[in-house]
Design a protein around this ligand. Structure first.
Ligand code: 13P
Ligand code: SF4
Length: 430
C-alpha cells in the first residue's frame, strides 16, 4: 500500500487542504511551496525546483522504499550520515542518524568528519548551513530541492542590503563612546547563506530559536541596536522577554521608504524587526489557547517562539522544538500538553509519550509545506544514487559566501547555551 502523505493525529482533525492526500512528487513540476501551511505564500522566482522523481520511486510501496533505504544505508556504511529535523514525517525520522532542532543539527553536521556525504532531511537553509560548517571533503544533499522555507524567502539579499544602506545613512557608521556600533545585523538561522554572509561581513551573527536571547545579549554588548531578520515574531518575543519595550521595536517593511517608519522611530529603536513570519506558526491563535484551557483544565500550553506575541503571552511556555521535546520528556506526572508547533512533531510526541495527553493547539492538520516535500521516495533515490556513484541534489554554497557566513555562524556557535548537544535519532524502529 502506498503511504498516505501525512500521519493524522488520533483526535478528529481536518486537513488544511485535500492536496495533502497526494504524494509530494505530484508537485515536483508545479511552481509554489506545495500543499500545507505556506501554500498561499509567494515563492520567489528562481527558487530551486526539484524536477521529476524517477517513476520507480513514485510507484514503490512504502515498505519497498524502507527496504531500499535500509539496504542503501548498509551498503554506504559510515560514508553517509542522515540528519533529520523534528518536523520531518515519521517515515523519514526512522532512518535519521541524528534527530534535532536546527541548532543541534548544525552542530551534528560538524561531529561526523568521517562521513563523506551528509543527507539533510530538513529544509534548504539547514542544508546550506551544514555545507558551510562541513569539512572540505564532505558534501551535503537535500533529498528534495523544493524543500525551501517560505519565511527564509521573505528576506532577500537585495532588500536587506537596501535596508542596511538606509539605516547606515540614518545612524552613521561610527561607534558610540562605549565602542558600540550603531546597529548589528542578526539573522535567524532560517535565512539564506547570502544573508548569513551579510551578517558575517557587517559584524553580525546568526541565531536559532534555542539561543536567540544569548545571541541578542551578544549583539547588545556590541551595538546600540539590532536589525533582526527575517522572523518578526522570534525577534519581538525574544526582545520583549529581555525587557525591550514594544514601541522600541519598529517593523521594517521593504516596500516603503525607511521601511514604513519615521526617522525618529528608527533613531529610538533597540530592535528593527523585519516583516517576515512563519506560515505554520502564524496559524496559532489566542482563541485556541483559551479553548484548550476551557476544555482541558490544568493543560500545559507550550508554543514555539515563531508564534505571534499574543499567543506566546497566552501560553505557559515558549521554546524551540528541542525545548518543547525536553519539556514533555521531563514531565514526571501524567500531563495534558497543548503544543503550538508543526503537527508532525506534535503527533510524534503524542506517540512517544503515551502517559501524557498531547495534542496540537491547531485542530486543523496543516503541516509545513516544505518539510512535507521530503518523502522516503526522494531519500531512497538519493541514497541509491550514491551507491551507484551518482550524486543528486548537492547543496553547494559558493566559497566566498560560505567564508563570510561561517564567520557569523561561528560567532553563534561560540555563544551556545549550556546543555544543547546533538541528540541521537529517536528509535522509530526501522
Ligand atoms: P527550531 O530551530 O526550533 O528547530 O525551528 C526551526 C524551524 O524551522 C521552526 O519553524
Ligand atoms: Fe520555515 Fe515555518 Fe517550515 Fe520552519 S515551519 S521550515 S520556519 S515555513
Amino acid at each position: 500500500m502506498p503511504s498516505i502523505a501525512l500521519t493524522i493525529q488520533a483526535a478528529p482533525a481536518a486537513a488544511c487542504t485535500p492536496e495533502l492526500a497526494k504524494q509530494p512528487w505530484s508537485f515536483d513540476t508545479v511552481p509554489g511551496y506545495g500543499p500545507g501551511s505556506s501554500m498561499g505564500d509567494v515563492i520567489p522566482a528562481g527558487a530551486p525546483r526539484q524536477g521529476g522523481l524517477p517513476a520507480e520511486y513514485q510507484r514503490a510501496t512504502t515498505e519497498e522504499l524502507h527496504e531500499r533505504i535500509r539496504a542503501a544505508k548498509a551498503a554506504l556504511g559510515d560514508r553517509v550520515v542522515i540528519l533529520g529535523h523534528f518536523y520531518q514525517r515519521d517515515e523519514i525520522v526512522q532512518h535519521a542518524d541524528f534527530l534535532g532542532d536546527s541548532f543541534q543539527l548544525a552542530n551534528a553536521a560538524q561531529t561526523v568528519p568521517n562521513a563523506e556525504t551528509i543527507v539533510f532531511c530538513g529544509v534548504h537553509f539547514m542544508a546550506e548551513t551544514a555545507d558551510i560548517l562541513a569539512q572540505q571533503h564532505q558534501r551535503v544533499i537535500l533529498p528534495n530541492l523544493a524543500a525551501g522555507c517560505s519565511m527564509a524567502d521573505m528576506a532577500d539579499s537585495d532588500s536587506v542590503e537596501e535596508c542596511w544602506e538606509q539605516l547606515e545613512a540614518l545612524y552613521g557608521t561610527e561607534p558610540d563612546a562605549e565602542g558600540r556600533a550603531p546597529i548589528i545585523p542578526v539573522t535567524y538561522m532560517n535565512s539564506s547563506a547570502a544573508l548569513k554572509a551579510f551578517c558575517g561581513r557587517h559584524g553580525g551573527i546568526v541565531c536559532t530559536s534555542s539561543n536567540a536571547e544569548t545571541v541578542l545579549e551578544w549583539a547588545f554588548e556590541r551595538g546600540q541596536r539590532v536589525l533582526f531578520f527575517p522572523d518578526q515574531h522570534l525577534g519581538r518575543n525574544t526582545a520583549k522577554k529581555m525587557g525591550v519595550p514594544l514601541e522600541r521595536m519598529p517593523m521594517w517593511n521593504p516596500r516603503g521608504p525607511l521601511g514604513g517608519n519615521t526617522a525618529e522611530q528608527l533613531l529610538d529603536a533597540r530592535v528593527v524587526l523585519w516583516h517576515g513570519f512563519c506560515s505554520v506558526h502564524k496559524r496559532f491563535t489566542v482563541e485556541q489557547v483559551e479553548r484548550a484551557r476551557a476544555e482541558h483544565p490544568g493543560v500545559r500550553v507550550i508554543v514555539h517562539p515563531e508564534c505571534p506575541m499574543a499567543v506566546v503571552d497566552a501560553a505557559d511556555e515558549a521554546g524551540s522544538t528541542d525545548y518543547i521535546r525536553r519539556a514533555v520528556a521531563a514531565a514526571t506526572e501524567p500531563t495534558t500538553f497543548a503544543i503550538g508547533t508543526e503537527v508532525n512533531m506534535v503527533n510524534r510526541l503524542a506517540a512517544e509519550f503515551p502517559q501524557h495527553e498531547i495534542f496540537c493547539l491547531d485542530p486543523v492538520v496543516c503541516p509545513c509545506s516544505t518539510m512535507y516535500r521530503i518523502h522516503p521516495g526522494y531519500l531512497a533515490w538519493v541514497l541509491e544514487g550514491l551507491v551507484n556513484g551518482e550524486t543528486h541534489n548537492v547543496i553547494e554554497v559558493p566559497d566566498a559566501v560560505a567564508a563570510d557566513a561561517r564567520v557569523a555562524l561561528e560567532r553563534m556557535l561560540a555563544s551556545r547555551p549550556a546543555g544543547s548537544v546533538p541528540a541521537p535519532a529517536a528509535p522509530h524502529g526501522a
